[in-house]
Write a protein that binds this ligand. Sequence first.
Ligand code: TRP
Ligand code: PEP
Ligand code: MN
Length: 456
Amino acid sequence: MANNNEKVVLADPAVIAGLDNYRNLPAAQQPTWLDQAALAAVQAELSKQPPLVFAGEVDILRDRLAQAAQGKAFLLQGGDCAETFADATADRIRNRVKTILQMAVVLTYGASMPVIKMGRMAGQMAKPRSSNDETRDGVTLPAYRGDAVNGYDFTAESRAHDPKRLLQAYHTSASTLNLIRAFTMGGFADLRSVHEWNKGFTDNPANARYETLAKEIDRAIRFMDACGADFNALRAVDFYVSHEALLFDYERPLTRIDSRTGTPYDTSGHLVWIGERTRQLDGAHVDFMSRIRNPIGVKLGPTTQPDDVLHLIDKLDPNREPGRLTFISRMGAGKIREELPKLVEAAKNSGAEPLWITDPMHGNGITTKNGYKSRRFDDVMDEVRGFFEVHKALGTVPGGIHVELTGDDVAECLGGSEQIDEATLEERYESLCDPRLNHSQSLELAFLVAEQLAKN
Ligand code: TRP
Ligand code: PEP
Ligand code: MN
């Protein structure tokens, strides 16, 4: 019998979508927060914060990634291995955006192809680790897991997992994204500034080569200007942000039901990806990501089997939706030619059309004699060449590149036109995590990719 207290229970779209199903599954690489009450308060606070991205932008990106999967656009995704709170400064953000824009110019001009610009930015603050602990001089503490979880300083206090950092990660991402939007929409990214972005750099070979190209673009623009062309398209760029969606305590509260479509979007970024260490088929990450509408990336390391690829496609993209799924292979220069073809072929034979991009960084890690985590620039370049060779041989599309880079003049990767050697690492190594390409190495890589694309 109905009474006055009875409420009409409306179907909850988050329940229908199964957004919390991941809680019943094993979740790798999660923090061990000590203070559960503090965690609950942070989750409640995060779930009240405005979304960082709008679902409509996410849908546009999905369409553009579908273009890339067909060879009609190219995805350029780059940024820090791990963003830090301290480095979310105007200068550092500007330098990274600038580097990505310069690479985009090289690619757009060299390959005459639209480039989708995407940062590993505004959310890339949680890191999976191969070991839970780190030992220094006989002292063992929890490993650094990114600023969203703990601090890099090697003290018990700093290394404790603190849920309040999730809120700081959100606010830092919000201010980073705000500046990115200001730069890319407000005039800084105008193609007529193509020279400005290279200021202060022109003395090394990659920068000199860029300068030559910028002059050609300048001339072409002035010519078109004299012809009375309309330059609206040159004024601004669409810039997307992405990160590894590692922490459920961050991603779940930022996942919202879009009022236009009634479906869930993870509003922490436009594209989110699943890392090599969390892509277990029956794990929490794959389940959670299968239920959101964002384009999803999945890293594929050298032990990936064709069946893994097929099962990932079935779980993450059951409807074979164009632009939904991006595979980011990170095989290592010595393995890509051997390991990638069977994966690409399996996907192709299944009728799926994922976007294939190359991460030439994570399969090429080395430790130098003087103790730095580094990568040889030649290996990075060789993996990129291998990626193009594999797709050429199979008649499939090499659709993008995923790199760790910074716009600053660091020395973290070995080689390149400045010929950075092991001793130089001691002078200009700043990364708290993986080694990044510096500004000129990033440009040099862009020229290589542009050449490969133009050949295609
Ligand atoms: N809007 C165009 C694009 O995004 C042209 C453009 C403007 C551009 N500024 C740019 C291209 C900076 C590369 C880099 O492609
Ligand atoms: C990363 O992108 O920083 C990373 C940890 O990559 P992967 O999951 O491929 O090892
Ligand atoms: Mn990394």
